[in-house]
Ligand binder design. Structure first.
Ligand code: SF4
Length: 748
């Protein structure tokens, strides 16, 4: 019996911990954490272990499929990759000729080993600016705002000698499982924790010295309240502000509008807690504010929340210091992001046609170009992180399909994503995917999903055990680190890495000189500068022999000398400083300073609606072992979490006649769904937390059932119209919304 141990990167979520895979006679038999790996230090979660089941599951897609008959009817013809690529390429070419390249759009999900970056390359070379992706409300959007304010994203981990860590809008016990031990260790070593969350989360229970239970959607007000306290009490780093802060006087005036007593009214946090926590953060050196996804999901306040957090980090002197918030620029030893995607190949006239370019300018090409202008010379002549930005405005894709405005979108590629479940306003997306004006819908997937069921072509793609893995931060360009994992087994059946979908289309559409023959060669090119230095020949050699490369940390890069000018490097912004007052937001026509605006759907902004829908709904929280809309087919994981659950305070439940485990209806003004009640006093009596990502792969596939996609799917409840979206970035509003809840007598 031949046994081999190989080392991969786990792409069960975006953390990408190190995994050792035991392969016996060509079959993966065991996965365990890789000792000493810098991300997970030898530990992996249950989701990662279940990827063996994922690899060999009988429901995986193994062959390209072409829909025959009506879309969604479930009649498929098995065809070859070559036939599928030929037919899709021919159709795209025809659409481009008749309607313009912009009439082909794409959607995508998280960047976990799937080729969003190669999809972006294909789209740039094809000439379409219309790449939509979930980064618009998850992670990428706040990195992009960081880039506008101080020229790079801030790191997202706690490291010694951090004295105070602020966990703001996240629950890392659930969402960052394999790095969570580092937080527990920090706690043991004396780091004080402030946890800001409407719910008393697992993280709050484990770590919080101070738990701030804020009203959902009021994070921007709290951040401005902290700034008020810190500035009024002189707790900021005056030297840093004088030398490296741009627009402090304007900021000072702005935060006067947010005294603690007013912020207490807005946030429901007692005034003294606001003041004490602001002091704790500002006087503990170094201190860190950890990114949390809920900050990216609050619609109209998203830019202000992140901008205000950037300012907090900067004026307290915690930016780019070890133990505080280091700036994580791209890897100097890689070809990444803009270079990798051939962004410069998208013609100017096509950029201006991007959906959302005139309404959400920071997220789209106008904002990206302003950032890139200074980022390119600053970051190795290549610029900053990409792979997702500049994205088009996601809801506009569906509008364009449904209304033909501003022009008709005729073709769609969905890359490893299930928008019908994962994107807001599922029922509108359903109508768009069924619309005959959408002449072709192509999906790259591992499973048949509700979205794939409505496609014309489905390409079967590999999971991370079947292809060589490159650390996302390396190829996207938001971390000065190179890390790779080995291909553990060859792809099964006719599955291929999704790279070969975009490359295959590209080769058929005249993009030949921009694509390598294999994904392995692409990764060789990606880390070519490092391979040369290490005298290695290939990325896979690096994956086998070295695994990761992390250069020594350089603190306060902005103070290091630029050899070209002999002056300090400063920040990669238009003023060379941290833009407390953002010149980019100003140029784009937005408010250059952070502010708080009451979200459109709260008891305060819409009291009439709240009489009918009295509870504040939150959704989008990550929960183990699932990851977004994935893994409902995996038996070992589904046993751990068989049903969707909604969290309700026991007092509220009693008044509503709801018992533990009862199926209940959750209803907003947009629709209703059913989930099982989980009663917990961790949640405020006026708040409801609905799980996202639910569909039922064991159910009937054909339209209109579509695996009961509308039954428990939180996005039946969520809006996507512009009134709810953040003007600069278009980030959508998953929190807060208004809902009502009532028992279902008999679940059908
Ligand atoms: S948390 Fe789990 S799924 Fe995510 S990278 Fe770590 S081991 Fe993999």
């Amino acid at each position: 019996m031949a046994t081999e141990v190989k080392r991969a990167l786990c792409f069960g979520c975006w953390l990408q911990g190190g995994v050792q895979a035991t392969v016996q006679d060509g079959k993966v038999v065991k996965l365990k954490g890789e000792p000493g790996h810098p991300v997970n230090r030898g530990w992996i979660c249950e989701r990662s272990k279940a990827f063996i089941e994922h690899l060999y599951h009988e429901d995986r897609l193994n062959y390209p499929l072409k829909s025959v008959g009506e879309r969604g009817g479930g009649k498929w013809e098995r065809i070859s990759w070559e036939q599928a690529l030929d037919e899709v390429a021919k159709k795209f070419e025809q659409i481009k000729k008749e309607y313009g390249a912009e009439a082909v759009a794409s959607t995508g999900g998280t960047g976990r080993g799937f080729s969003q970056i190669f999809k972006a390359r294909f789209m740039n070379l094809f000439g379409s600016p219309n790449n939509a992706n979930a980064g618009q409300w998850c992670s990428v959007v706040s990195r992009h705002i960081d880039a506008a304010i101080y020229g790079a994203g801030a790191s997202r981990s706690v490291r010694p000698p951090c004295k105070c860590a602020v966990i703001w809008g996240g629950n890392p016990a659930e969402s960052l499982a394999c790095t969570y031990s580092k937080l527990l260790e920090a706690k043991d070593n004396g780091t004080r924790f402030i946890v800001i969350d409407p719910k008393y989360s697992e993280t709050a229970a484990d770590l919080a010295d101070e738990w701030l239970q804020l009203r959902p959607g009021t994070d921007a007000a709290l951040a401005l309240g902290w700034l008020n306290v810190i500035i009024e009490e002189g707790l900021y780093d005056n030297d840093f502000v004088e030398r490296w802060g741009y627009g402090f006087d304007d900021l000072k005036e702005r935060v006067k509008q947010y005294p603690p007593e007013r912020v207490a009214e807005i946030t429901w946090i007692p005034e003294e807690k606001i003041v004490q926590s602001a002091r704790l953060y500002a006087t503990s050196k170094p201190a860190s504010i950890i990114w949390g996804v809920k900050s990216d999901m609050q619609g109209i306040n998203v830019t202000s929340i992140t901008h205000a957090k950037c300012i907090l980090r900067a004026i307290t002197g915690n930016l780019d210091v070890i133990g505080g918030d280091m700036l994580s620029g791209p890897s100097e030893k890689a070809n990444y992001g803009p270079v990798f995607e051939y962004m410069d190949m998208l013609p100017q006239q096509q950029r201006s046609k991007q959906l959302g370019a005139d309404s959400h300018k920071l997220w789209c090409w106008p904002g990206y170009e302003l950032i890139h202008k200074v980022a390119e010379p600053y970051w190795y002549g290549k610029g900053l992180s990409s792979g997702f930005v500049p994205g088009c405005h996601e809801p506009d894709v569906w509008t364009a399909i449904l209304t033909g405005k501003p022009y008709q979108v005729k073709g769609l590629i969905t890359g490893a994503c299930n928008p019908l479940v994962a994107y807001p306003n599922s029922k509108r997306i359903y109508k768009a995917l069924k619309n005959p004006d959408l002449e072709i819908s192509v999906v790259a997937e591992q499973w048949m999903t509700p979205t794939a069921m409505l496609a014309d072509y489905v390409f079967p793609i590999t999971n991370w055990l079947e292809h060589p893995q490159m650390y996302t931060q390396t190829f996207q360009g938001h971390g000065n680190v190179v890390s790779l994992g080995e291909r553990i087994v060859e792809p099964l059946y006719e599955r291929r890495p999704d790279y070969y979908l975009y490359q295959g289309l590209g080769l058929r559409l005249g993009q030949g000189k921009y694509w390598h023959d294999t994904l392995d060669e692409e990764w060789d090119w990606c880390i070519e500068p490092l391979l040369g230095e290490l005298k290695m020949h290939s990325a896979q050699e690096f994956a086998k022999k070295k695994r990761w490369w992390i250069p020594p940390t350089v603190e306060k890069r902005y103070e290091t000398t630029d050899p070209k000018t002999g002056k300090p490097k400063g920040f990669a912004t238009h003023t060379g400083k941290v833009e407390l007052y953002s010149t980019i937001l100003e140029k784009l026509g937005y408010n250059p300073l952070p502010f708080y605006e009451e979200p459109p759907e709260t008891p305060l902004s819409d009291p009439k609606l709240s009489r009918r829908y009295p509870f504040i709904l939150m959704t989008g929280s990550r929960f183990r072992p699932m990851h977004h809309s994935e893994h409902r087919q995996i038996r070992s994981l589904r046993q751990l979490y068989p049903y969707p659950t909604v969290e309700i305070n026991p007092d509220t439940a009693r008044k509503l006649g709801i018992g533990e485990g009862n199926w209940v209806v959750i209803e907003t003004k947009r629709g209703k769904i059913k989930q099982k009640a989980k009663l917990t006093s961790k949640i405020h009596p006026r708040m409801i937390e609905v799980q996202h990502g639910w569909w039922f792969p064991e159910e009937i596939a054909e339209d209109p059932i579509l695996y009961r996609v509308f039954e428990s799917n939180a996005n039946v409840l969520t809006p996507d119209d512009d009134r709810y979206c953040d003007p600069p970035t278009g980030a959508v509003n998953f929190v807060p919304l208004l809902c009502r809840v009532y028992p279902v007598k008999k679940y059908t």
